[in-house]
Design a binder for this molecule. Structure first.
Ligand SMILES: Nc1ncnc2c1ncn2[C@@H]1O[C@H](COP(=O)(O)OP(=O)(O)O)[C@@H](O)[C@H]1O
Ligand SMILES: [Mg+2]
Length: 259
């Protein structure tokens, strides 16, 4: 399958190194022995069906969920035991599933949350207003009054204002019209040009293939396939995504029953 994103140079340093990471919800293993490595400048996509463990993986990387085993290293430094705040300061920012804005706060106030103890870097309010001029015009509007796509844009900018090195994006496309999703993802090249590295999760394989330099498929918490878009074959991806279940085609004229 053909990807369109340009991968970083082979010589680019490893920014994120995840080794044998496992995470549970009570007794339930949600992430099982996952290892992955991101080079600086990469757009790495973790794909998988609903319940595959994608959000648990990202939340564990952001420090919001405690792993049951494994290590997370950012730029060679072990951050596995750091709090979410310390990880944010180290340069890991999450755009959570479902945006999680403060609905009763204004657009501006939601953005200010991102500037709290922000790292130095290219993203500041003026830059965000350049990217999305409507955010300046509607700065006093309550977040609850925004459309889903607008809320997603605010959630993304809130994370950018922390000036992360690694941006974790949890299903940006969830519940949004394709045209809105396309517009939000169209920003990625600009963010990469600013030196960011992106780890995104998606249920939508087509969307992941359009933007990612590397794909990593999860099924029930385990890695089933990984590779560049060019290396992966459609048939293998389907099995990796859905499991080995093959449905028999239904015979024409009925549901497989004798007439
Ligand atoms: N807060 C939670 N409490 C209990 N189980 C959870 C919780 N969050 C997720 N799970 C379970 O963990 C598994 C992985 O969920 P999740 O990481 O949300 O997957 P995905 O993001 O790929 O849809 C699922 O079986 C889900 O039901
Ligand atoms: Mg999820």
């Amino acid at each position: 399958m053909t990807g369109t994103a340009t991968p970083p140079a082979e010589s680019a340093p490893v920014l994120l190194e995840v080794r044998n990471l496992s995470a549970h919800h009570g007794q339930l293993p949600a992430v099982r022995d996952v290892s992955l490595s991101l080079r600086a400048g990469e757009t790495y996509a973790v794909i998988g069906a609903n319940g595959a463990g994608k959000s648990t993986l990202l939340r564990t990387l952001a420090g919001l969920h405690r792993p049951s085993a494994g290590t997370v290293r950012l730029d060679g430094v072990d951050v596995t035991r750091l709090s979410p705040e310390r990880r944010l300061q180290a340069g890991i920012a999450l755009v959570p599933e479902g945006r999680r804005l403060f609905p009763s706060l204004s657009v501006h106030e939601n953005l200010l949350v991102g500037t709290y103890r922000a790292r130095p870097g290219p993203f500041h309010l003026a830059r965000v207003h350049d990217l999305f001029p409507w955010m300046a015009e509607r700065r006093n509007q309550k977040a609850a009054a925004l459309s889903g796509g607008e809320q997603q844009a605010v959630a993304l900018c809130r994370a950018l204002l922390a000036n992360p090195r690694l941006l974790l994006l949890d299903e940006l496309s969830l519940g949004l019209a394709p045209i809105i999703v396309e517009r939000i993802y169209a920003l990625l090249p600009q963010l990469l040009a600013d030196g960011l590295t992106v780890l995104l999760v998606e249920q939508d394989v087509g969307q992941a293939l359009r933007v990612a330099t590397h794909l990593h498929c999860l099924l029930e918490g385990s890695t089933t396939l990984t590779g560049t878009p060019d290396e992966l074959r459609q048939e293998d991806l389907e099995v990796a995504y859905f499991g080995g279940l093959h449905l028999e085609p239904v015979a024409p004229g009925g549901a497989g029953e004798e007439a």
